[in-house]
Design a binder for this molecule. Sequence first.
Ligand code: GLN
Length: 197
Amino acid sequence: MTQLTKLAALKKIGVLNLQGAISEHLSVLQHIENVQAIAVKKAEQLDELAGLIIPGGESTAISRLIRQNHLFDPIIQFAKQGKGIFGTCAGLVLCGKTTTHNEVEQLKLIDIEVERNGFGRQIASFETVLDIETIGQQIPAVFIRAPYITKVGSQVKPLAFVNHHCVMAQKDNILVCSFHPELTSDDRIIKYFVQLC
Ligand code: GLN
């Protein structure tokens, strides 16, 4: 009986398994109670998921692989069903609507304009702590050739800033951040995403 209750509460969260920081996200998810972490490469796998993380990596490579693996429209449908999507770093670029770099085919899941490698031109990688409304204070964040958000649509909520640049935003079931939350031991951001799903 107890076992059945536990299974019913299990949330399946996928990590897009094409390129980038895949195992790091899977490992954080595996440590969250009542979450089953799944590496996702095929559209059919999306059916069983409550949420999907699009990891950091190379947005040009990931966007090409999304097409090659016939995942472009299925991911858009997944988001339309109200299921959770969390785009981190390159994943933010992919979830965005417009970018200065048109070699990336964006999924346009959230109305944000993205400056790809925005921080990269100033300083390639850095670590900082963020106070994020609704999530918590002093959350460590690792930025690696990170993008930032230059414009948000009226329905999109900006959640965090670094040097006046927006680095995290949410619209309902779609969450994006320009850093790598999976590379620190603080799992508050990923837990927040799981709760959204
Ligand atoms: N600069 C990379 C890109 O846009 C993102 C870097 C990252 O995900 N750490 O593809």
